[in-house]
Design a protein around this ligand. Structure first.
Ligand SMILES: *[C@@H]1O[C@H](CO)[C@@H](O)[C@H](O)[C@H]1NC(C)=O
Ligand SMILES: *[C@@H]1O[C@H](CO)[C@@H](O)[C@H](O)[C@H]1NC(C)=O
Ligand SMILES: *[C@@H]1O[C@H](CO)[C@@H](O)[C@H](O)[C@H]1NC(C)=O
Ligand SMILES: *[C@@H]1O[C@H](CO)[C@@H](O)[C@H](O)[C@H]1NC(C)=O
Length: 188
């Protein structure tokens, strides 16, 4: 009877714990903003955190585990759900040891990954490396992400790679989670 009850309780509690967001218990060490929402992304062990400051500006943090020599990137694709056309933020360790982060457009399957102006305003881009996690912070002016706007749904793409060569993130793996890391996000 005790075992049965235990099993029953496990069955009841499992769905509750599995819907709990691990991201919500993450404590940022130097967040410029308190984030009010977050989602654990289904691939690459990463999460997106955000809060809306003004009507169409969203403060975001993208967080993913990474080796010190690797890179991370997160972006939105206004026109499709795949990589090409994504307006992204990328972060990695500069050869001088500092974390660097900047916006770039993934205009082909072998983009330059040089700093570029995006199709929407991006402010205060920064990055940090804490306990094996890389974090990108930014404030983005996304059209449709405004207060009370029900249509704040975007195609998002996120990625990671293990090497940076001559100051440029090198090709990521093209199998497994690295080709599944895309989806949609509602920045409510
Ligand atoms: C994600 O976590 C799993 C389980 O801990 C691990 O096996 C995998 O290598 C991780 N992936 C990345 C990209 O860190
Ligand atoms: C989306 O596609 C349209 C039509 O091809 C193009 O004019 C526009 O510049 C694209 N938007 C972005 C942000 O790339
Ligand atoms: C490293 O280089 C980046 C990019 O030029 C710069 O922003 C940063 O301040 C540098 N850090 C150090 C410690 O020199
Ligand atoms: C950028 O950061 C500065 C300094 O923290 C802040 O005053 C400013 O409001 C920020 N800009 C945006 C658009 O969030």
């Amino acid at each position: 009877m005790a075992l049965f009850l235990f099993l029953l309780l496990s069955l009841i509690s499992f769905p509750l714990s599995s819907t709990e967001q691990a991201c919500s218990s993450y404590a940022f060490s130097s967040s410029p903003e308190p984030f009010t929402s977050c989602v654990d992304l289904p691939h690459l062990n990463s999460s997106l955190h955000w809060s809306r400051s003004q009507s169409s500006a969203v403060c975001i943090a993208y967080r993913a585990p990474q080796s010190p020599n690797g890179w991370i990137a997160w972006g939105v694709n206004p026109n499709s759900s795949s990589m090409v056309g994504t307006h992204a933020l990328v972060a990695f360790h500069h050869s001088n040891g500092s974390m660097v982060a900047y916006p770039t457009i993934l205009d082909s399957y072998s983009p330059s990954l040089k700093p570029q102006k995006l199709g929407f305003p991006v402010y205060n881009v920064s990055a940090e490396y804490v306990k094996g996690d890389m974090v990108i912070y930014a404030t983005v002016g996304l059209i449709g992400a405004g207060e009370g706007d029900a249509a704040a749904k975007f195609n998002q793409v996120w990625q990671e790679g293990s090497r940076v060569v001559d100051g440029v993130p090198a090709m990521h793996s093209v199998s497994g989670d690295n080709v599944l890391s895309k989806g949609s996000i509602e920045l409510k």
